[in-house]
Write a protein that binds this ligand. Structure first.
Ligand code: NAP
Length: 411
């Protein structure tokens, strides 16, 4: 095996992944170390089984969060951020948001510092996982949530503050706006540039993975110049970058009686509240969903509930320079160190990471092994309480069962 080396980005944007690759990891706070240990064993076993020693990961720990603060005095060092940038791909467990330490969420800081503008959340049913849906097998969607703007940009002031009063006075006196007495103020910026790069990424993903449509989710009937503009700019992004590979839903009905055109992805839009209804009633009609930050926050958790909850939902934050794969849930502090919680969210994020690196055989193995382990009925507490007849096992035992699944002994 060659010496371990970093991933590089080719001039055409694809990744050059060495067979012996260095991947930085942040184990995370609270239950992070438990789920990271289980995840690492599962990933290493799948890579070994898929490539029989021809490929291997050299893990490099980054000290971030509580561990970073205890050992280096820094919650999130410039060095750690540079390491992620340099290595192109990283994986992380959940991080506590330090309260009253002058830092806002470490997760938000990582996304902003590295310009990881697309939060990508696949939502696909894994057979044997408990679901509230009658036909959960129809669910196969991927949410592309804009990560850098909208109400999450953090431009807000409390009621009664000098800033809120100044903005209120400006809006009422200069812009003629009506405002209630003494309001808190939050600003919702949505820009053409950030919308178009997000939608372009969503369309490129749909083309690459064979999804039939990209739906622009928005509330543009009410917020015309932010959410409505997101929708218009989304259609423009499709026309400007992908005119030979996309067709709008309107055009499809106008010229093709609504019958899909081979080789063309359908670009459509839905008002946010209606989409919440349609993903429950007709989930098979949706593939990739591209949306501003706040809508994306709501829809990705709601969709995760349809396929087994947050404990089963993987995620990634992806930019043009690098990508960070992460569990979508938090640190679940009450279970910290108890070797109890479900590691599936981070394990499935690891599978997404392998897909992103082009190590698809290993990624597929992880998903098959996880499914088979859940079928066996020996699962962590959260699944055990929902599956009749299942028995509870520890986080580490669940990880070991996935790693030693019989699929891994088959070539
Ligand atoms: P949380 O950590 O997600 O936990 C809420 C509940 O979700 C848990 O009590 C547990 O439910 C369930 N849960 C979470 N992870 C689970 C797992 N792996 N397996 C099974 N069940 C799981 O949310 P929180 O308590 O609101 O947040 C705690 C801390 O995490 C905060 O400091 C927050 O800032 C941080 N956070 C970090 C991230 C991130 O790093 N990306 C994301 C969100 C929150 P039961 O009690 O029903 O068992």
């Amino acid at each position: 095996m060659d010496q371990a080396a970093k991933i590089k980005i080719n001039p055409d944007g694809t990744l050059d992944v060495p067979n012996h690759v260095i991947i930085p990891f942040i184990e995370g706070d609270g239950t992070g170390p438990d789920i990271w240990r289980a995840t690492r064993i599962v990933i290493d076993a799948a890579v070994q089984a898929a490539y029989q020693g021809r490929k291997q990961i050299a893990w490099e720990e980054l000290l971030v969060g509580e561990k970073g603060y205890q050992q280096t005095g820094e919650w999130l060092s410039k060095d750690a951020l540079n390491k992620i940038r340099e290595h192109v791909v990283a994986i992380k467990g959940p991080l506590t948001t330090p309260v009253g330490k002058g830092i806002r969420s470490l997760n938000v800081s990582i996304r902003q510092e590295l310009d990881l503008y697309a939060c990508v959340r696949p939502v696909k049913y894994i057979d044997a996982v408990p679901s509230p849906m009658k036909h959960p097998e129809k669910i196969d969607m991927v949410v592309f949530r804009e990560n850098t703007e909208d109400l999450y940009a953090g431009i807000e002031w409390p009621a009664g503050s000098d800033e809120a009063r100044a903005v209120t006075t400006f809006l009422s006196e200069k812009m003629g706006a009506w405002l209630p007495e003494n309001p808190g103020i939050g600003i919702k910026p949505i820009s053409e540039k950030n919308t178009k790069r997000l939608v372009a990424k969503a369309i490129a993903y749909a083309i690459d993975k064979g999804y039939p449509s990209v739906t622009l989710m928005h509330k543009g009937n009410i917020m015309k110049y932010t959410e409505g503009a997101f929708c218009s700019w989304g259609y423009e992004a499709a026309a400007e970058g992908f005119s030979d590979k996309t067709i709008t839903e309107a055009e499809l009905y106008r010229n093709h009686n609504g019958v899909p055109v081979p080789g063309k992805i359908i670009i459509k839009d839905r008002i946010a509240d209606m989409l919440f209804q349609q993903v429950l009633l007709r989930p098979e009609e949706f593939g990739v969903i591209a949306t501003p930050n706040l809508n994306g926050d709501y829809i990705s958790d709601a969709l995760a509930a349809q396929v087994g909850g947050l404990g089963m939902a993987p995620g990634a934050n992806i930019g043009d320079e690098c990508a960070v794969f992460e569990a979508t849930h938090g640190t679940a502090p009450k279970y910290a160190g108890l070797d109890k919680v479900n590691p599936s969210s981070l394990i499935l994020s690891g599978a997404m990471m392998l897909d992103h690196m082009g190590w698809k055989e290993a990624a597929e193995r992880i998903r098959r092994n996880l499914q088979e382990t859940i079928r066996s009925g020996k699962v962590t507490y959260d699944l055990a309480r929902q599956i009749e007849g299942a028995s509870e096992v520890a986080c580490s035992a669940f990880g070991n069962a996935i790693a030693s699944c019989r699929n891994n002994s088959q070539k």
